[in-house]
Design a protein around this ligand. Structure first.
Ligand SMILES: Nc1ncnc2c1ncn2[C@@H]1O[C@H](COP(=O)(O)OP(=O)(O)OP(=O)(O)O)[C@@H](O)[C@H]1O
Ligand SMILES: [Mg+2]
Length: 610
């Protein structure tokens, strides 16, 4: 046995040493299997791979037995229609499963997945990618591991020069901090991954680490940490994939003094928000929720003064069929938000302003209209008058003016303002548009006020990007297209950093290497945003909404004409699309159909990749 616990075999007659068990020592079952002919078997149920012995090879298929079959079934594997990955058994010996994926014996996807899974089972959720320790893979443990305490912060902030740095978010934060203090240059930490992967948790770990290690003279680091519960209450929601899903992108800069008495300590922070998912304010998918703050308010001591009751009584909250969530403590979380708001220096009237706007939105959601003028016009339904009154009260506007603004619209024709009646559908849309606009403006203002509370001298900065992850819904909004586009870009950045830079290192050192094939996102990025050689989908959308006679059909026709031959694009019945839909094959192996109404509030339908 080796010092690290692995078995090896020494033939004292021939003096040969081998990792493979000699036939003479094998059990009867082991003898049936041939360790020199092994493959990876895809485990469809779990989306992983298991090692297997090949028992018999035929011309069209082979018979394989999973290594850990424990009397389970042998499997017939067709030789056509999928890639067969051969496996060298010694590569999965636990001594060869390193904490850096680049050190694996091969970069076959099954071996990468096997290594990550093996480490995960030992609660090792972090793995490096590359010797420069700038890329970290993190797997969500969905349980609290004792690896984020003060002793780990101390350990990672002063790593031993004689030992290799263990993979950890703290190691990334520490490297960023050391690089920034050393070079007096800004550093970025980019966090990407599917929804629920753990990006926001990783962001918080980085911020905690920096707050602890760098500290501040003014205590501003505590205010920076307090911004989290507020941003999450107003910007996060329960989705099918994540009970605390970020529904906005966040770029957070922690600023440090570049020189002087407090050199390298935290001076302030800056938050920039992107692409808040506005559609969620008025409707969430089945089993999902709107923003946490609405449910918190309904359950809070503020409810009475906001004329709010049970969350089930509000159309915007009840329509998804999901109001209370076992893992979410709305009451406790609300207390945390109120404490954080006061720690951030929000005055009582600022807090009230936020809550008033949320209440106004919930009351707006209950406003209903009745048809008038043979269906061409509409009026606020009698039973809904009180909701208009409450919405107006909390928006602090005149009730009659609000009611009137919902049932008619103004257009400018040849310089003249004309008033037109809204039918019921248009009035419903006007309410939704108002609710979304109010929430979005409030969120922007909230971020502005947080920035005012945490702002300070900007010497040098560490930026942390935490965006919402790649996602495919049953109905994808235009917002989802933007989110997935952002994720495509981030993935491209990762590819370029990991593969292209690693290759350039080999080239610089004159070391021989085999080119590693990797998925290139360029085709999808070009399809969406290129100006050349063809105008991309988003650019064409931009053009279409500016064209007076622009329409869904014309837009789709233009896209299909330009991109019809692009393998990452599909439209028409041949691609399984109907109506105004088209599909894009994203790197995450999914397809989705796109907006139906350019500009305003497009809807889309998605299906798993076929
Ligand atoms: N390192 C971790 N340790 C323990 N639990 C974790 C960790 N990372 C994530 N989780 C759990 O997983 C949940 C989802 O993680 P998180 O909200 O960070 O995902 P996300 O990648 O930001 O997703 P989204 O794109 O939907 O915002 C967390 O609420 C937490 O319960
Ligand atoms: Mg998140």
């Amino acid at each position: 046995m080796t010092v690290d616990g692995g078995d090896y075999y020494h033939n004292i007659v021939t003096d040969e040493v081998s990792w493979e068990k000699p036939v003479e020592l094998q059990t009867a079952e082991e003898r049936q299997t041939d360790t020199s002919d092994c493959i990876w078997l895809e485990e469809k149920s779990e989306g992983g791979w298991v090692p297997a012995y090949v028992l018999k090879r035929g011309s069209n298929s082979l018979k394989a037995r999973p290594v850990d079959s424990k009397g389970g079934k042998d499997v017939d594997v067709p030789l056509k229609g999928g890639k067969l990955y051969p496996l060298t058994m010694s590569h999965i010996d636990k001594r060869f499963l390193p904490d850096d994926l680049v050190l694996l014996q091969s970069l076959d996807p099954p071996l990468v997945a096997y290594c990550l899974r093996h480490r995960f089972q030992e609660n090792k959720i972090y793995t490096w990618v590359g010797a420069d320790h700038t890329v970290l893979v993190s797997l969500n443990p969905f349980k609290r591991l004792p690896i984020y305490g003060p002793s780990q912060i101390a350990e990672f902030s002063a790593p031993s020069p004689n030992r290799l740095q263990a993979p950890h978010t703290f190691a990334i934060a520490n490297a960023a901090y050391r690089a920034m203090t050393g070079a007096k240059a800004d550093i970025s930490i980019l966090i990407s991954g599917e929804s629920g992967a753990g990006k926001t948790e990783a962001t918080k770990q980085c911020l905690n680490f920096l707050a602890d290690v760098a500290g501040s003279a003014s205590g501003v680091e505590q205010r920076i940490l307090q911004a989290n519960p507020i941003l999450e209450a107003f910007g996060n929601a329960k989705t099918l994939r994540n009970d605390n899903s970020s529904r906005f992108g966040r770029w957070m800069e922690v600023h440090f003094h570049a020189r002087g008495l407090h050199e390298n300590s935290i001076s302030g922070a800056f938050v920039e928000n992107y692409l808040l998912e506005k559609s969620r304010v008025v409707s969430a998918g089945k089993g999902e929720r709107s923003y946490h703050i609405f449910y918190q308010l309904c359950a809070s001591p503020w409810a009475a003064s906001l004329s709010l009751g049970d969350a089930n009584g509000y159309a915007y909250l009840a329509s998804s069929g999901c109001v209370s969530v076992p893992s979410i403590d709305d009451t406790g979380d609300f207390d945390e938000v109120v404490t954080a708001l006061s720690a951030m220096g929000f005055a009582q009237e600022d807090t009230q302003w936020l809550f008033f706007l949320c209440a106004a939105i919930l009351h707006l959601g209950n406003v209903k209209f009745s048809p008038t003028d043979g269906g061409e016009g509409s009026a606020v339904a009698q039973a809904a008058q009180s909701h208009v009154g409450l919405a107006a009260h909390y928006l602090q506007v005149d009730q009659a003016a609000l009611g009137a603004a919902l049932v008619e619209r103004q257009t400018v024709v040849r310089g003249e303002v004309q008033r037109m009646r809204n039918n019921v559908k248009a009035a419903d849309e006007a309410v939704e548009a108002l609710a979304k606009a109010v929430y979005s403006a409030m969120f922007d203002e909230l971020v502005k006020r947080i920035n005012a509370a945490v702002g300070g001298e900007r010497g040098v900065a560490i930026g942390v990007l935490d965006i919402f992850g790649f996602e495919i819904f049953e109905k994808n909004s235009f917002e989802q297209l933007c989110i997935n586009f952002t994720n495509e870009r981030l993935q491209q950045k990762f590819n370029s950093h990991t593969f292209t830079q690693e290759e350039s290192l080999y080239v610089a050192e004159g070391a021989p290497f085999d080119k590693v094939p990797f998925l290139d996102n360029t085709p999808v990025l070009e399809l969406l945003s290129a100006k050349k050689p063809q105008l991309g989908v988003l650019i064409l959308l931009d053009e279409e909404v500016r064209t007076p006679q622009g329409s869904d059909a014309k837009w789709l026709a233009k896209i299909s004409e330009r991109h019809g031959a692009n393998p990452v694009f599909g439209s028409g019945s041949g691609a399984g699309c109907n109506g105004f839909s088209f599909l894009i094959r994203h790197y995450a192996g999914t397809r989705w159909d796109a907006p139906r109404t350019p500009g305003a509030a497009p809807h889309a339908r998605a299906q798993p990749h076929s």
